[in-house]
Design a protein. Structure first.
Length: 367
């Protein structure tokens, strides 16, 4: 009986690696008791649930990144607005000083032509007229600056308000996506909890068989053991892998990028960031923006992307293994590259960087 309990515990944990959120969108009919359904059908549905949950998590991360960028734009607008307000206040003070100076000099009163006719020394009014002209020019320039500042202030105020409104909409979307992920994960947990020990054992056996078949295909047909495989990483790639391997045992948490917990793309982006290479935060961004490489040319540090939606990513560590954060409820681990059967492809964050020469050889992290 003890081995059955052990199998139940191991399988309940492992199955979440193949679950997403399909049931959150399409709940099981009352007649479709998970305990009565074929194991193959249940495994297929659980994999769909996992992929959809990963997609929702990736959307959460994309929104978080947009929110961060929008917050910076809003801060920049507010700083510019504050600067304009300070300049506007200075222009007003300058206009006030100019008006007071003109008043003290008597620039207001008799017209300049009359002052010239009545003066005993004609040169004095001429000097005064020259000063008055200069003062008037300065005043006109100040007024012009004042009006331009007012216009610019209005523009910046409108821009800041628009940015704040957009930021709030992004925050609301982020919250909804987070709640959707949590709801789907709770349904996954209820589905797993409804299975008997025997069905969990059979489900685990089927999953292991499919993973083994995928791994054999990748290692042979896809050429991961072939002569073209570049087993040596670049220096930055080796550093990224070493960082990722040091995170083994830490928990998965949706939206996390260290140091205490990670999600799948949080781990890969942080590892490469620690190696000095900034890459997109999400798995879909990594798939879209990084250089694609054939699977038979993988080298440690490359990123293996899973599912058609590119919603899961792992870091290749060498010898057919990847290090990744599989799913909520699990820990970062070293797994066969075929642990998730739906491999979409691979990307290389340090494309163009060659492995070091034999003289300064960097060892493959998995030796």
């Amino acid at each position: 009986m003890s081995h059955l309990r052990a199998a139940h515990s191991v399988t309940a944990g492992a199955l979440v690696t193949v679950v997403a959120a399909a049931l959150a969108l399409q709940p099981l009919p009352a007649a479709a008791d998970p305990g009565d359904r074929p194991v193959s059908e249940l495994l297929r549905e659980l994999r769909q649930m996992y992929e959809k949950t990963e997609s929702a998590s990736d959307a959460y991360n994309r929104t978080a990144e947009k929110l961060k960028r929008q917050r910076k734009r809003t801060d920049d607008a507010e700083k510019a607005l504050s600067s304009v307000r300070a300049a506007l206040a200075e222009s007003r003070r300058e206009a006030g000083r100019l008006a007071r100076q003109q008043y003290r000099r008597g620039d207001v009163g008799l017209p300049p032509v009359v002052q010239l006719l009545l003066a005993e020394n004609p040169r004095a009014p001429m000097d005064g007229l020259h000063l008055l002209t200069r003062a008037a020019g300065r005043q006109a320039l100040t007024v012009q600056r004042l009006r331009a500042g007012e216009k610019r202030q209005r523009q910046l105020t409108a821009r800041a308000r628009k940015a704040l409104a957009k930021q709030q909409r992004l925050a609301d979307r982020k919250e909804k996506q987070r709640d959707t992920v949590r709801t789907r994960l709770r349904r996954v947990e209820r589905t797993l909890a409804s299975l008997s020990d025997d069905r969990l054992t059979r489900l685990r056996a089927l999953e292991n068989s499919q993973q083994a078949n995928t791994q054999r295909t990748l290692m042979s047909y896809r050429g991961l053991q072939g002569p073209k495989v570049q087993s040596r990483p670049s220096r930055t790639g080796a550093e990224a892998v070493r960082f990722a391997l040091r995170q083994i045992g830490k928990p998965y948490r949706s939206g996390a990028a260290g140091p205490a917990a990670y999600d799948c793309s949080g781990l890969t982006s942080k590892a490469w960031g620690q190696a000095g290479r900034s890459i997109p935060r999400t798995s879909q961004g990594q798939w879209r923006r990084l250089r694609h490489v054939p699977l038979n040319k993988l080298r440690p540090g490359d990123l293996v992307v899973y599912y058609k939606s590119a919603s899961h990513v792992a870091m290749y560590a060498g010898r057919g293994k990847v290090v990744h954060a599989p799913r909520p409820g699990s820990q970062i681990r070293l797994s066969p590259v075929g642990a998730i059967p739906s491999v979409r492809g691979a990307v290389r964050p340090d494309a163009g960087k060659r492995p070091p020469s034999d003289h300064g050889r960097t060892q493959t992290p998995l030796r």
